[in-house]
Design a protein around this ligand. Structure first.
Ligand SMILES: [Zn+2]
Length: 446
């Protein structure tokens, strides 16, 4: 089956073709800067990556998925000063919360989760390569990327709306030849966060971190298949990544770029000053994480998602419907459903895919084939973490049935102590008994 992705680089929906072979794919998604706890906007970006990862795994033998943690950044230094919490403690705490939030939301673990602090040597060597290629210059203890040295600078952001570019911070500074030039390495004061480098004690700029971590994992002269992130990263972050990645290597930096839209809360941008930031930690206390996952899928990933009470109520209804239907599916096998996969392969059309699942719930009531496919499809989207396939072999079934017979006999003989003790044994085996008029029936509990 063919996957089509809307590629920001060409502003077109394109057939995805991996560059190295038909079997393996690599993908990088920008992770969080770990200075404050993740909100539902961070969760949406991670979910977009997670869903592409799941779809790619259906289509290709080997999928390498990299999602980084940015633990060196000026925002972190500012937050550490503001809160009085040491930088290492702050970043480790926030990274822990992020990772556990993402696991709760049933995101698959990426293949690699590199941290900037573990990659300082790689970053220094990437900067050295860019300097050797004469695409950067040293000025006032800074190493600065020379945007005029790279003819294609602007290739990613040229087609996006100008408010995204205007919103980005471009500061003309004395050490820059051109306002668009950006910092690869900056000096740190002695008591500040920093590392020794050929250009003095300092720390990397944000953009070089991602480029360098990608190159250190896939190889300096390999091309990345897919790069993703929130659309607020298109300019300057991703534009600058292309410039760096093209000037430290002989190959193209990346073939396909996807970007997810923003999460609005009641049509407003989340901000601390409005007090409408929804933290993942808070919302998973109120709602089942799978319900939140479904809510985040309710709008196509490229569109802005407007989060309202209705969004979560609709998701809750869909989740309950799925659970009720799949309750009958604990012992059935999963079955691949190409019609469903086709919807996901069309630039990951999750709203249509969810409508498909709602219809399938209805059909699955009296069609076991649809039930098997529903189970597969729900697992593919990661929206049934509670349901695991429990398959019993004949011997296990015999043991359970003989215990049930023993219990019935004990009850007939009014030996209730024995009957209760057998019931406890069955409970320990996860067997749920239902005493009905037609006798005792049983099933394995979730
Ligand atoms: Zn990044």
């Amino acid at each position: 089956m063919n996957l089509h992705i809307h590629n920001t680089l060409t502003n077109k929906k394109e057939l995805f073709e991996p560059c190295s072979s038909d079997k393996s794919v690599n993908m990088y998604v920008c992770g969080p800067t770990v200075y404050s706890e993740p909100h539902i906007g961070n969760a949406r970006a991670a979910l977009t990556g997670d869903l592409f990862f799941r779809i790619l795994k259906e289509l290709f033998e080997t999928v390498t998925y990299i999602r980084n943690l940015t633990d060196v950044d000026d925002k972190i230094i500012d937050q550490s000063i503001k809160t009085g919490i040491a930088i290492n403690e702050l970043t480790e705490n926030v990274a822990d919360v992020y990772q556990s939030n993402m696991l709760e939301l049933n995101m698959l673990k990426p293949t690699y989760e590199p941290k900037v602090t573990d990659n300082i040597n790689n970053i220094i060597s990437t900067i050295e390569k860019i300097l050797i290629n004469k695409s950067a210059y040293i000025s006032e203890k800074h190493v600065v990327f020379d945007t005029q040295s790279f003819e294609e600078y602007g290739c990613l952001s040229k087609k996006i709306s100008s408010d995204l570019i205007d919103g980005a911070r471009i500061k003309p500074e004395s050490f820059k030849r051109n306002p668009k030039d950006f910092v690869l390495w900056k000096p740190s004061d002695n008591d500040e966060h920093g590392w020794k480098s050929p250009w003095g004690y300092g720390r990397p700029g944000w953009h070089i971190e991602c480029t360098s971590m990608i190159k250190s994992i896939i190889g300096n002269d390999s091309t990345l298949d897919i790069h993703g992130g929130g659309n607020d990263l298109i300019f300057p972050h991703h534009e600058n990544e292309i410039a760096q990645g093209s000037c430290c290597s002989s190959s193209k930096f990346c073939n396909y770029w996807f970007h997810n839209g923003i999460v609005l809360v009641n049509k407003k941008k989340m901000s601390k000053s409005l007090g409408n930031v929804i933290l993942v930690t808070d919302i998973i206390k109120k709602y089942n994480p799978i319900t939140i996952r479904i809510a985040l899928m309710s709008t196509h990933y490229r569109q802005p998602l407007n989060w309202t009470d209705e969004t979560i109520i609709n998701a809750k209804n869909i989740h309950e419907k799925l659970l009720r239907t799949l309750d009958k599916a604990t012992e059935v096998d999963e079955k691949k459903d190409n019609n469903f996969l086709k919807l996901l392969c069309d630039d990951m059309n999750t709203p249509v895919a969810i409508q498909y699942l709602i219809k399938q719930c209805k059909l699955a009531r009296d069609d076991i084939n649809e039930l098997c496919m529903l189970k597969y499809n729900s697992n593919l989207l990661g929206i049934v973490s509670e349901i695991k396939t429990i398959k019993l072999n004949d011997k296990e079934k015999q043991i359970i049935e003989s215990l049930i017979k023993k219990r019935e006999l004990a009850r007939k003989n009014k030996d209730f102590t024995e009957a209760d003790s057998i019931r406890d044994q069955l409970t320990a085996l996860n067997v749920e008994l239902e005493d009905g008029s037609a006798g005792v029936s049983w099933k394995i509990k979730r």
